[in-house]
Design a protein around this ligand. Structure first.
Ligand SMILES: Cc1cc2nc3c(=O)[nH]c(=O)nc-3n(C[C@H](O)[C@H](O)[C@H](O)COP(=O)(O)O)c2cc1C
Length: 186
């Protein structure tokens, strides 16, 4: 069991929307992924990351289009932004709350927890047979999206685009191992 989990994590690769099809994760899948996400190391248990499954995708397409136009995009650019909210079978927002005045946990530690939780969330879904990719960019700042998802002090850290790998999606990637990334001081 452990060997096969390790092997699958080692061989994982991100797949963007063009390589994704249905089925998307179910509510049960998301609930299980959350248990992995919250298992991430979290100094003082601040829970700096939460996850919002975007069910009303058309609304987010409107938000993305309006956001791109507000950023100065032309109609073509706005339509491109719009399509980003619709392309993948599923879309999850990672919302982060970073306490800049916490005396014990500096902001970089809180961001590390957001990253670890996000990575765990995606990895859990990948192990369940789904695929996806973390993306960010201007859309994380679009006014309507932020207003819809964030409470005071929160930001949209990134999106996780999700689905199932299409048959022609690139396969598992064996990563290069660089000697300098793991050394022993002895
Ligand atoms: C917070 C975060 C934001 C990212 N934003 C983007 C993005 O906007 N566009 C993109 O192509 N990749 C983005 N990436 C990188 C991809 O998610 C992915 O990790 C990268 O393509 C490498 O693929 P791999 O995960 O298979 O190694 C982001 C990664 C992280 C952690």
């Amino acid at each position: 069991m452990h060997d096969s989990v390790l092997e699958r994590v080692t061989l994982r690769r991100s797949l963007g929307a063009k390589y994704l099809t249905t089925p998307a994760p179910s509510k049960e899948d998301y609930a299980e992924a959350l248990t992995w996400a919250i298992a991430a190391p979290d100094h003082c248990h601040l829970s700096p990351a939460r996850f919002v499954v975007i069910e009303e995708r058309q609304k987010f397409a409107d938000f993305f289009e309006a956001g791109a136009l507000a950023d100065g995009a032309d109609q073509e650019g706005a339509q491109r932004a719009r399509s980003k909210a619709l392309k993948a079978p599923a879309m999850v927002a990672v919302v982060a709350k970073i306490d800049e005045h916490n005396e014990r946990v500096p902001t970089h530690e809180q961001w590390m927890t957001v990253g670890a939780a996000t990575s765990n969330f995606l990895a859990a879904l990948e192990l369940k047979g789904f695929a996806g990719k973390i993306v960010s960019g201007s859309s994380t700042h679009y006014r309507d999206a932020v207003d819809a998802l964030c409470k005071k002090g929160e930001v949209i850290a990134c999106w996780i685009m999700l689905g199932t790998a299409k048959p022609d999606a690139p396969g598992a990637e064996v990563r290069s191992i660089y000697d300098e990334l793991l050394t022993y001081f002895s």
